[in-house]
Design a protein. Structure first.
Length: 341
């Protein structure tokens, strides 16, 4: 994984990485268009292609550190802007259809997944801290949940690195596998949106996994995923109550508990429901959101080096993979229990 840069960003510092992300994005779009020209349709979306191409580049060559700030900017800031703009296209019907039963069901699912993933981690011999990091990343929102939980529980650097590495690897695997499960289980657009939203680790992965299923799946999946992300606040507060401040720990970062882009997404969705966004602006906002999302996918791929992931141990991979399968099973149960059509 790329190491975070602590210096303030400037245009010159992010430009090399942004250019690289742009090049990967261009190649992804080109391959998508070639599929359409040859087969009449595209089998792999540009979002997924951008991730795969990024991983190949990152794992094949050693990128100079001058690329790091731009890659991180694309993976974080551009993605957050894309999510905010996505709120302007959110179907109010999908929000109404979600309702309190789905919100409550997601809360229960997160709680069960946290407990189950933690127990699985302990059964595979992981330390308490590492098992909790894997559980938080698996159950809520991947790296963001790990970053938020780590200082609270006093996790060690190698534990953080291992949990983030395998969360990234399995997250990519989920993006590639979920569309196949969509066809295997014959899920409707709404059902698949819920399934992807409760299974994928991060918002970009939900966007990539639902791209081939249409706008309804993407909107529902994003809504469900953001509801999961909002569970991070209560979980972190619970960890604070249980663990308190350990030696070497740091204060809880409120940006992790309630990220700004969630508020922005909700604000855009509210404005759209009130017809407060001029109709001529909506297509442009949707186009910018889509472009930024694919660029963020390229950055996500460029942040994953499979060579470093392979060195962090099989027990973490096994525990995380089994936890992900359990989460997927819980998602299907939730769809059935709530009778989502």
């Amino acid at each position: 994984m790329l190491i975070s840069a602590s210096r303030p960003l400037s245009l010159l510092s992010v430009l090399p990485g942004l250019v690289l992300c742009g090049a990967v994005t261009f190649i992804a779009h080109l391959v998508e268009q070639l599929q359409i020209m040859i087969f009449g349709s595209h089998w792999i979306e540009s979002l997924v292609l951008a991730i795969l191409i990024g991983i190949v580049v990152r794992s094949s060559i050693r990128l100079p550190r001058t690329f790091v700030p731009g890659i991180q900017f694309a993976a974080k800031t551009l993605l957050e802007i894309a999510v905010v703009l996505l709120g302007a296209s959110l179907s109010t019907a999908a929000v109404r259809q979600a309702g309190l039963p789905l919100v409550g069901g997601i809360a229960v699912l997160v709680a069960l997944s946290l407990a189950g993933s933690f127990l699985i981690g302990r059964l595979f011999g992981l330390s308490i801290s590492l098992a909790m990091l894997v559980a938080c990343g698996n159950s809520i929102c991947g790296n963001s949940a790990i970053a938020a939980a780590a200082p609270v529980i006093g996790a060690k650097p190698d534990e953080i690195a291992a949990s983030i590495a395998f969360t990234a690897l399995l997250g990519i695997g989920a993006v590639l596998t979920l569309p196949l499960l969509h066809l295997f289980f014959s899920l409707s657009a709404v059902q698949y949106g819920v399934f992807a939203g409760v299974t994928a680790y991060a918002v970009p992965q939900v966007l990539a996994a639902t791209a081939s299923a249409g706008a309804v799946s993407t909107q529902v999946g994003t809504l469900v995923k953001l509801i999961r992300v909002m569970m991070l606040g209560p979980v972190i507060l619970l960890l604070v109550a249980v663990h308190g401040r350990r030696a070497g720990g740091s204060a809880v970062n409120l940006r992790h508990v309630l990220p700004w882009f969630i508020l922005g997404f909700a604000a855009m969705a509210t404005l759209r429901s009130l017809d407060a966004i001029p109709a001529p602006l909506l297509p442009g906002m949707s186009a910018v959101s889509a472009a930024f999302t694919v660029t963020a996918m390229a950055a996500l791929g460029l942040s994953v080096d499979v060579r470093s992931v392979a060195h962090t141990g099989g027990r973490v991979l096994a525990a995380a993979a089994l936890s992900l399968l359990a989460l997927a099973a819980l998602g299907l149960c939730l769809i059935g229990l709530l009778n989502i059509g």
